[in-house]
Design a protein. Structure first.
Length: 129
């Protein structure tokens, strides 16, 4: 698991068609910029809007919210409360928690360093019936 920027992920998805497609925000490009062949090769998906004429590679699904992962770039990105979460450190994904008092990510009793991303574990709501 590499630590790439959003722009690098978009550029990688378009590959050799980057200059032709001229993608804009979040990897969407104008449908008129691409040929049928490019559309097929990149397995494009359409923007979910009646008036939109934009597409992007299906490989970019989840780009808008980084597949639910929060990237830690400063202390402001750390959880505000103690939470159960998945987190990434040195290419490994752990299941553990963020301890707000100790200011760290823990897997069991081990404090895990070099955490770059985390994703809260959402407890499902109870059934209604």
């Amino acid at each position: 698991m590499e630590n790439k920027t959003k722009e690098e992920v978009i550029k990688e998805a378009y590959g050799e068609y980057w200059d032709i497609a001229k993608p804009s925000e979040n990897g969407w490009c104008n449908y008129d910029n691409i040929t049928h062949e490019i559309h097929q090769k990149l397995e494009m998906e359409s923007y979910n809007s009646f008036c939109s004429n934009t597409v992007r590679p299906k490989s970019l699904q989840g780009l808008d919210d980084n597949n639910g992962w929060i990237r830690i770039e400063s202390e402001n990105d750390l959880p505000k409360d103690e939470i159960d979460c998945h987190f990434v450190s040195l290419k490994y994904i752990y299941n553990g928690l963020w301890d707000n008092e100790l200011k760290g990510f823990y897997c069991g009793l081990d404090k895990i360093k070099y955490v770059t991303h985390y994703q809260p574990i959402i407890t499902p709501k109870p059934p209604l019936y």
